[in-house]
Design a protein around this ligand. Sequence first.
Ligand code: PHE
Length: 618
Amino acid sequence: MRKIHTESAMGDGMRNIVELVRQHNSDTALNHTAGASTSYSSLHPEPTNNPLYEDHVRSSIDECSLELDHEPTLSKRSLIEEKVPEVSRVRWGSRLMFILSAMGAAVGLGNIWRFPYLVYTHGGGVFLLPYVGALALFGLPLLLLEFSLGQQTQKAAMQALCAVHPRAGGVGFASALGAYFMSIYYSVLISWTWLFLFRSFEDPLPWKGSISDAEAFFYREMLGSCFPASSCTLGTSGKTSLQFGPTMANALNWFMTFVCVSRGAKSIGPASLVLMPMPFAMLGILFLRALALEGAGTGIGFYLTPDFSALADPHLWVNALSQIFFSLSLAVGAMIAYGSYNTQESDVVRSALVVGCCNSACSIFAGFVVFAVIGHLAFEEGKAVADVATGGTGLAFVVFPAALALLPASQVFSVIFFLTLLALGLGSAAALVESFKAVLFEMYPELAQRKYLTSAALCFVGWLIGLCMTTSDGRFFLDIFDHFIAQYVLVPIGLLEVVLVIRYYGVDRMANEILVHTEKAAPGVWAHLVKYVIPPGVGVLLVYNVVDEANSAYGGYVWWGILCGWVMVCCIAASLVYFVFFPAKSSSEAAPGLVNESPPQSPCDPLDGTSASPPVEG
Ligand code: PHE
């Protein structure tokens, strides 16, 4: 473990924190969450005399259902012999726990909702080629980079980036803000799941019948949107009004997120860990049932047969890349934080491979289920697979319910399935909000004293912004948010991370550290991919995308719809630029009355001599 702080920087505050951690260690045997809801960067206490900060540290430790490692707490040796304390860190109980947690963060609605609709929108199996290519060339190398950045620096996202370069903290802030915006539309998706769950108790299921019955139920009855879904778009559907059901379900959802975020991950973590295998089991059952349906083979054939001519469409590549970012939870700080809870010796290379491959396997498997069902529905309706359903974000919410209605005891399966989705979704939503909250607390420790108020404010504002997505035109706004976040927030932030690591940390240095610490070498090709393939590859796709966007509005939406997307992207970009030039003020400056208390001066406070700021005196 690295020596991070000097005795002078330690002071009583550090000893108190160490005492807190030790007490916590003996009092509580915390087990790890499903990885979903962890107070990311807040789990990295810095030495301070600030009681607010200590309180935050204590609450963060409480919130995090990780096992505390006894070894890295202030060791006798460092206290007595060297008089150099080491910062205690939360640790995964085992490598398996880490892998399961990272999978918990990766596997989510993106696998079951986003992936199948992208495949269908792009005409079937051809999407698999760029998807697998993007996984191998960009996803896995970046996942390894994020894991090992956290593991080597032993810091969560914002501070890990600060360790790379003192002014890179803005990238960390922007990624957390992106996570918050993501949570807003993710939450609306979960509210749709709530509505399905409530209606799952009816006999017969209200969407039972043909695929157009399921579509009519979803678009017209549940969302109050125009129907047929393909016949209208934003602004063309007449008067837009707030929809009672989705708005209330979203409020319920934000309330639950508030409970998780303010009380900590304890409430949802263990449940998610138990429920994590459920989507796989549910998908397995649905798959077996769907296979027995007439026409399933045609659907699966459509899924597996690539139409190579579609490879010429750059949108296909851009969507595959952004799906990989979304699905692996890259560029939101989550995976850096998860890596930082490993000891430096953990076999990070194998972990990245396992997590990346299992996550994509889950998506591809969900595709089999969706296309087997679509194949059956096409058979029933005498249509081609490509014409049977309306593509777009609603696809999974039409096809899965339609498939469930085919099962015997469909209510039971329906309830189990939507509960599983809820568990997956709520965990992710809480993790996304938590990520932003943790960064805010790190920068403004005085907010940590009002953690309930801050959490409530974040959730209320999230619900308020989400109101546009619970109107009758809401699904179009959701689509716009999703598109802009995935393509203009996650992808550029991922690119920035890579460039910063190449320029200021050194890819070879990182490869060397992996080798020295884990005694397992990263595949030789990894450094080449990071240095020579990812920056130009991602850069070219990004530039193409922006130029294309300027020429034709995404999805044919009206200009003010597109403007909403750009405003969000600009807010995030502005925060990045702002924090590059004006790192957050110390809280002694920001909050009069805390003058002699020494919380971190900024997210880029010196921890190991890499920061430009002067050391904090205890
Ligand atoms: N990877 C999740 C999904 O596929 C989304 C997510 C991103 C969750 C980032 C947490 C953090 O649904």
